[in-house]
Design a protein around this ligand. Structure first.
Ligand code: ZN
Ligand code: ZN
Length: 408
């Protein structure tokens, strides 16, 4: 479970608690929904014991998600949850410890006063460093790594200076002594760079109806004009929706990203190219040469092992998709993984499908993929005692694993 954030309803001001990954703010008091959106990543502050105007905010970069690494013997994966100091300042703790779990964070707002120290750590560097310390699993050479994040955010710890002492503003206890005659914060400090936080009214840009979704949805749907929308820039942009075939009246629909790609550094333009490169034990049919190469990825959070399994099975199986793209009235499972994260998984999916690993894995660093077209595909699944099964491909997903994914 993630961390808790408190945010006032933009309409009536009532405080609402939400999970750090939640995007849809539902106000139980005035019944207004808003969708939260940040330019790059969300920025949070931990609450100081006493408010003051001269606070200095110390940044910690946070990543929670799945890490995949491609090796000569296959693809390895695990879940990573890490928060690390992101300025080179030796006198303060490198980690926030249990603090964020014990208290409720707030979003950085345009009017949050104080000095914000710049985040000087890149997400890739943070993760690479964490993996180095993780032990033997990752000490073997990896030809490619991918980080598919549920959360990448900045959490600020408030501090203040009195005399030559730096205080932790949460506990009001001294943290470190400061060097005399030197203002160490001025070079890496800046005024509040703005939260970059936008509240979008959940109104369908197509028809003015209310958009629907769960709290953790990254794509909202309109049941009136049967469209889907993703937040980008300062508003909602339309997501192309397509439906898998074989749905029944009692079907549930799980969302997947379908990404039509063109390989760079390796010739993968058609499905036939993909089958050849990954060396599948199947006879290449002539019409595959003209079929676009489409990678599939779950558009919902799920454990990395299942993420890889589903991506591989559907990419190899290429489920049939209906171009009409009409949304069913019910049974839609929320899309909780943005397209930008799914794109990170393309190379990993290819690596997972490869049969002749020793030959192909070392070529991964030279490969790249350009996504020419993307759409959200809802595939029909029917429920059995323990599983959700797609009848066309026979792919099954354990219901508990699906449920667990919501809390990743
Ligand atoms: Zn309200
Ligand atoms: Zn609409």
């Amino acid at each position: 479970m993630g961390l808790t954030v408190v945010q006032e309803c933009p309409q009536c001001g009532a405080p609402i608690e939400l999970d750090e990954t939640h995007r849809l703010l539902r106000c139980p008091y005035c019944d207004v929904n808003s969708f939260l959106f940040a330019d790059r990543y969300f920025r949070f502050v931990l609450p100081p014991k006493t408010p003051r105007k001269d606070l200095i905010y110390l940044p910690y970069l946070r990543f929670r998600g799945s890490v995949f690494s491609c090796h000569r013997d296959g693809v390895r994966h695990r879940i990573m949850d890490i928060t690390h100091l992101s300025v080179p300042f030796k006198r303060v703790p490198v980690s926030l410890g249990l603090r964020p779990q014990a208290m409720k964070m707030r979003f950085v707002k345009a009017d949050t006063e104080g000095t914000f120290l710049k985040c000087l750590l890149k997400t890739e560097d943070l993760l690479a460093r964490a993996e180095k310390h993780a032990g033997s699993m990752d000490s073997v050479q990896a030809f490619h790594r991918a980080y598919i994040g549920d959360t990448t955010s900045l959490i600020y710890l408030p501090m203040y200076v009195e005399g030559e002492v730096l205080f932790d503003a949460i506990t009001a206890r001294p943290m470190a002594g400061l060097p005399r005659d030197r203002d160490i914060f001025s070079s890496i400090g800046e005024r509040n760079p703005g939260g970059g936080l936008t509240f979008l009214a959940t109104i369908c840009p197509g028809c003015g109806w209310n958009l629907e979704g769960e709290q953790d949805s990254v794509v909202l749907t309109c049941s009136n004009c049967e469209t889907a929308w993703e937040a980008k820039g300062r508003g909602f942009v339309k997501v192309e929706v397509r439906m898998g075939t074989g749905g029944r009246p009692d079907s549930d629909y799980l969302p997947f990203w379908s990404m039509t790609v063109e390989g760079r550094g390796v010739t993968i333009r058609s499905y036939a190219d993909f089958m050849r490169i990954t060396n599948q034990p199947r006879v290449i049919r002539s019409h595959w040469e003209n079929r676009d190469m489409i990678f599939f990825s779950p558009a919902f959070k799920i454990r990395p092992k299942l993420f890889l399994f589903l991506s591989q099975r559907l990419t190899l199986g290429q489920p049939q998709v209906d171009d009409r793209g009409k949304l069913p009235a019910k049974g839609l499972y929320p899309a909780t993984l943005p397209l930008s994260e799914a794109v990170q998984g393309i190379k990993v999916t290819l690596a997972g499908c490869v049969i002749t690993r020793k030959k192909i894995m070392p070529l991964l660093p030279r490969m790249g993929f350009a996504v020419r077209k993307a759409s959200l595909v809802y595939l029909p699944f029917h429920e059995t005692a323990h599983e959700m099964i797609n009848s066309e491909t026979g792919v099954g997903i354990n219901k508990k694993a699906l449920e667990f994914g919501r809390y990743l």
